[in-house]
Design a protein around this ligand. Structure first.
Ligand SMILES: NC(=O)c1ccc[n+]([C@@H]2O[C@H](COP(=O)([O-])OP(=O)(O)OC[C@H]3O[C@@H](n4cnc5c(N)ncnc54)[C@H](O)[C@@H]3O)[C@@H](O)[C@H]2O)c1
Length: 385
């Protein structure tokens, strides 16, 4: 008889993230058999019944629902996983927390800081386990970067630089809104690249280099009007197509961030570089198993950027996978987040980033957008009274 504790999961939303999360849960019994909690794919919910049924069959969910409120009301569900567009996060998360469910919510936490605040308050009042899917932290090379920085090897940090570049919205005839294109509709997404892409860069930056104190930003919407898929009318585009900002971190270092969906040739180029007094680190999502590292104290004849293939069993997460030298992929960041969430239940510790930590990222996004609108430096305020 298995001594495992079962954790009944309800997944809401069956698009891109619905797939990555489902895969994450399914890999746990095979690759993390030591965990006490094992996820059970109990219910999947999306609005189209036929498509949801096909998804349930494909991924092995026991039950299908088309109304998330019924999912929340089901007493057999332990944890609700929110993989729907940003305008639904707050309502679902708050309702789930009020029912005593654990909540795993996709990023960004919500459309605005005000909406995010209601979520943090509800989740903390309910005292339920929670996490937000800023998954890039859990790629082994990024986690190794965190360990190197925390060990003090970089010394004082001077610079943090990050980019997240795409090119999928350059076509001026691309409509906005509706299925598949909700990211182009500010009423649903909250913002454009700031909430969608820079939020990832900001989460990683805060994790690696500490809090951001103030920002100055510029945004641009290159295509001003687009056909809205739902209304059929040409409407004003209210999202930021591109955003760049400068910032100061609390540790005194300077930050430079850029994101756009207009960088022709780049599909999902996320890179960061950190320059310290003694050493530097850089990482590139296109070569995600690799961390580049430069250490000034190396023998001057041999000194140069080291290219570390992060696939050794002693490096983060890698003892769970294959043998040294064999890489893993994007999808594993989600498997690792599920594993870390389950481990946090075992240990009764928070699973970072929690809603409160994701609120700080949201506060930076809000300051960035305010700064771009006003043309001023803005302080980042993430205190919740
Ligand atoms: N962590 C990451 O790297 C990452 C990557 C992509 C998206 N995301 C986030 O994940 C969320 C979903 O993005 P996506 O790319 O999977 O979107 P998607 O458009 O591919 O899928 C959205 C799903 O939600 C369903 N849905 C919408 N409204 C619903 C409702 N009221 N009730 C039930 N189901 C509903 C849709 O039918 C669809 O199945 C967003 O918040 C997005 O920002 C995160």
């Amino acid at each position: 008889m298995s001594q495992k504790k079962q954790l009944n999961i309800a997944l809401i939303g069956t698009g891109f993230m619905g797939r990555t999360h489902s895969n994450g849960y399914r890999r746990i019994p095979n690759f993390f058999p030591d965990l006490q909690y094992q996820p059970v794919l109990k219910t999947v919910c999306s609005r189209n019944e036929e498509k949801t049924r096909a998804f349930a069959e494909q991924w092995g969910y026991e039950k299908v629902e088309t109304d998330w409120k019924k999912v929340i009301a089901d007493s057999s569900i332990d944890a609700v996983d929110i993989c729907t567009p940003n305008d639904t996060h707050a309502e679902i998360a708050i309702a789930a927390a009020e029912r005593g469910k654990m909540v795993l919510c996709e990023k960004p936490l919500a459309r605005t800081l005000a909406e995010s605040k209601t979520m943090v308050e509800a989740i903390e009042k309910a005292g339920v386990a929670n996490t937000v899917w800023y998954n890039y932290r859990r790629l082994p090379a990024v986690t190794l970067a965190k360990q190197i920085i925390d060990s003090g090897k970089l010394g004082r940090i001077f610079h943090y630089r990050a980019n997240f570049l795409q090119d999928w919205t350059i076509n001026a005839n691309l409509p906005q809104g509706g299925a598949g294109l909700w990211r182009m509709d500010a009423d649903v997404a909250g913002s454009g690249v700031t909430g969608d892409l820079l939020s990832h860069c900001i989460d990683t930056a805060i994790w690696l280099n500490g809090s951001i104190s103030n920002v100055t930003a510029m945004t641009e919407t290159f295509v001003k009007e687009r056909m809205h898929q739902l209304t059929g009318k040409v409407e004003k585009v209210k999202i930021d197509d591109a955003c760049a900002f400068l910032c100061r971190f609390e540790n005194g270092s300077l930050g430079l961030f850029e994101s756009t969906r207009y960088a022709r040739g780049h599909k999902a180029l996320y890179t960061f570089e950190i320059n310290g007094e003694n050493a530097s680190i850089r990482w590139d999502l296109h070569d995600l198993n690799r961390l580049e590292y430069f250490e000034n104290s190396d023998d001057s004849q041999l000194r140069g950027w080291r290219s570390i293939h992060v696939t050794d069993g002693e490096q983060p997460y890698m003892n769970k996978w294959w043998v040294p030298g064999l890489g893993i992929g994007y999808e594993h960041s989600f498997v690792h987040q599920v594993a870390d969430f389950l481990r946090s239940l075992e240990n009764n510790t928070p699973c970072s980033p929690t809603f409160r930590e994701a609120y700080e990222t949201q506060a930076v996004c809000e300051a960035v957008l305010s700064s771009a609108a006003a043309g001023t430096w803005e302080n980042v305020n993430f205190a919740i009274k």
